[in-house]
Design a protein around this ligand. Structure first.
Ligand code: CP
Length: 312
């Protein structure tokens, strides 16, 4: 069975195949030549955490491929998880209703792997707490390849809340599979990238460094991958409004606006997995280097290819 649980599982030939398939699929889609190749299948999207892009792009992509879709968008509150049912029991029950694939977002690190252990159909990890978000990283990588024409040899600055940012963690693992990529992590001291990711990069002989200040790093970047401070994952004992207020203060030295754009190379691109909460100002949106809305759109096509792949 083809689960998608972690970026680690993909090798470079797969990634290059994925980029080609995604290009072909979007061409066929634009020419209305796609047909409904997966009309025999059914997608379940089970989301225990909020989502706009991941859930809707999976569901829209599935519908374009002819799949039927069954969805719960607030499973933490409205599934029997709220009554104390274990994730394993929920997945066993859902498999009995004969989906072809389950896309799962959960608030606990390792949840997708636990689900895969008991599932009779492919599980796609759509984000497991502060763990990983492999389909986001695949669409991020596709966007870099599409915008820059290559990945080898690029300098990629990954900034923001790297302690909790699952997209940054998954992307770093994928970048390690390419040659001569320089990763510069930029984060406040308490939000640095995890030791597990640094160990992974060392084991794979990937080049990386860490900075606290963003300006020197931004000037060197071919790709700037910016992320938000994840107030929902920090100091969870505090009231929500206080966490948001602290996050807002912490992000102040890491806001990319018009002034910061002037320090960025003319041929650089700015990516963000989104949502943003002020760390890239809206002034940046009209600059051609701002690629984050194109990146989000790419997500649907990449996920369509992935749905087809897990169902082979
Ligand atoms: N990038 C991302 O995962 O966005 P959503 O939380 O909206 O799905």
């Amino acid at each position: 069975m083809r689960h998608i649980l972690t970026s680690e599982q993909f090798d470079r030939p797969f990634l290059e195949w994925l980029f080609q398939q995604t290009d072909s699929l979007r061409t066929a889609f634009a020419k209305q030549q796609l047909g409904r190749p997966l009309d025999w299948s059914m997608l379940f999207t089970i989301f225990y955490e909020p989502s706009t892009r991941t859930r809707i792009s999976f569901e829209a992509g599935a519908s374009h491929l002819g799949m039927r879709v069954v969805s719960t968008e607030n499973a933490r509150e409205f599934s029997s998880g709220a009554k104390g049912e274990t994730l394993e029991d929920t997945i066993r029950i859902l498999c009995g209703y004969k989906p072809s694939v389950i896309v799962l977002r959960h608030f606990e690190n390792g949840a997708a792997e636990r689900a895969a252990k008991v599932s009779t159909v492919p599980i796609i990890n759509a984000g497991d707490g502060p763990g990983e978000h492999p389909t986001q990283a695949l669409l991020d990588l596709y966007t870099i390849a599409r915008e820059k024409g290559k990945i080898d040899g690029l300098t990629i600055v990954i900034g923001g809340d790297l302690a909790h940012g699952r997209t940054a963690r998954s992307l770093a693992k994928l970048l390690a599979k390419f040659d001569d990529v320089q990763i510069i992590f930029v984060a406040p001291p308490r939000f640095r990238i995890g030791r597990d990711i640094k160990d992974y990069l060392k084991r794979h002989h990937a080049h990386f460094s860490e900075e606290i200040y963003m300006f020197p790093a931004l000037a060197k970047a071919d790709v700037i991958y910016w992320t938000r401070i994840q107030s929902e994952r920090m100091m969870t004992w505090m009231p929500k409004f206080m966490r948001r207020w602290i996050a807002m203060l912490m992000q102040q030295p890491y806001i990319i606006g018009r002034t910061e754009l002037e320090r960025i190379r003319e041929d650089a691109i700015v990516l963000h997995p989104l949502p943003r909460v002020g760390e890239i100002t809206t002034e940046v949106d009209i600059d051609l280097r701002a690629a984050y809305f194109r990146q989000a759109e790419n997500g649907m096509y990449v996920r369509m290819v992935l749905l087809d792949w897990v169902l082979q």
